[in-house]
Design a protein around this ligand. Sequence first.
Ligand code: NZQ
Ligand code: ZN
Length: 386
Amino acid sequence: MKDFEFYNPVRIVFGKKQLEKISDLIPLKKRIMLLYGGGSIKKNGVYEGIMKALEDCDIIEFKGIEPNPSYETCMKAVDLIKKENVEFLLAAGGGSVIDATKFIAAAALYDDGDPWDILAKGSKIKASLPLADILTLPATGTEMNKNSVISRQSTNEKLAFSSPHSFPQFSVLLPDAAATLPTEQVANGVVDAFVHVIEQYLTYPVNAPLQDRIAEAILTTLIEEGPKAYADPSDYDSMANLMWSATMALNGIIKAGVPEDWSVHDIGHELTALHNIDHARTLAIVLPGVWRVLREEKKEKLLQYGERIWGITQGTEEERVDRAIDVTVKFFESLGIKTKFSDYGIPAETIDRIVERFKKRGCLFGMGDRKLVTLPVVRKILEDRL
Ligand code: NZQ
Ligand code: ZN
């Protein structure tokens, strides 16, 4: 096992009727900004519940945060925060609203120039406004981590940052509010959480059996419960299991002491930036390519994954690896998520554009300290997906 530090201060409040508790969780005398997206919280009772719980508070609303939240929208919120002297941010919705709120909280106190540098240059955040969230969509894990992904519309870029100042103070997880999700969003959530686990698990063995087994438990639960929540988002128990699985997939527990490989996400973000494809769908496109191209480097874990998750024990090693990849693609497809460029009308020229972008950024990534995903490897991965 590798050396590690683990720190996660996020208070999780999970289940039914939890909104009533937020008035005790928020420092009441503060000026609060409520941030949300296109209005889903007005259709599932969450907005009403928040307003009722916080009726004695001074609330300033900021609405219209879009999926794949933009820097441009975030900076409008920053202006309003400064004008209104907001002291506490409360996000309500999915990962996009929460990620935007993390960036806004940091940008509002950033005094080293353009806050875009936090994303583009990795500039350090020294402080952030306190924030919390109400989660209505199981997928990203942002509710219990310090990461945020923001897009810049003017340049079609999508970049991430991570800061200990960006942990939410608390996150209220509401499986019943997720009942109003369109089924495509439920499918996205299952696949996003699934690939989060894979990026931290399917690398190479370092004798970390506990981390492996926790990761495998999350994958198995997603495979069992995800399709039920997809079939019926109002099935509370399945949605609750999906929601907690998605949180556990990216809260730092399973990455402690093991190598990570975020190449599926790194490449996937480019497909969203260039073609506006839902985050999870880009992952479903890229993952089979990464596995095919790096099958030797990942073989031991691919075999373990095939056996423990899908019961694949028969055949040669090569056949078992192929089956593990095929069965994963079938699982994504069973949720209505396609895995090829052609399924989304992505032209082959996109490969050149993505390779060129990584070249400009000097990128070389993947597989923990083994930087295997070079530019030619990125090209091969994407060519596999045509
Ligand atoms: O905007 P509203 O009206 O709220 O509608 C949203 C949005 O249109 C809707 N929605 C959310 N909850 C709903 C609902 N509709 C009906 N009923 C509900 N209960 O769903 C749509 C998509 O929401 P969004 O927040 O964009 O989805 P998701 O949670 O999948 O977040 C995706 C974003 O998170 C980033 C992605 O890159 C993407 O930008 N990620 C963040 C990560 C992190 N911070 O750790 C990790 C992930 O890998 C990911 O990159
Ligand atoms: Zn993701």
